[in-house]
Design a protein. Structure first.
Length: 94
């Protein structure tokens, strides 16, 4: 239980912080997707959380090139890892 929460917190922190600090890169839609996943997890809707995490990953992948261009390698690799951890945590809980 602690592992999935830690993965979710990391993803929200990394993705949320990134989109707030660099709105031109992340955009509001990415931050909105993070909130949707968080709400699904908090309400225990694991299938919905899984779908929303996949949608979050799709939105991120569309904007990833901007982060690759404007950020450093550790930033976007950290986001990639956080997204995978989030999906694994949701799968484990589901």
């Amino acid at each position: 239980m602690i592992k999935w929460f830690a993965a979710l917190a990391m993803a929200v922190f990394v993705l949320g912080g990134w989109s707030q600090a660099s709105p031109a890169v992340g955009g509001k839609d990415l931050f909105h997707k993070v909130d949707q996943v968080k709400q699904s997890v908090q309400s225990g809707k694991w299938n919905e959380a899984k779908q929303k995490a996949k949608a979050l990953e799709n939105v991120y992948n569309k904007k990833r090139w901007k982060l690759m261009f404007l950020g450093d390698e550790s930033e976007y690799e950290g986001v990639d890892i956080s997204l995978k951890r989030l999906q694994w945590a949701i799968d484990a809980k589901d």
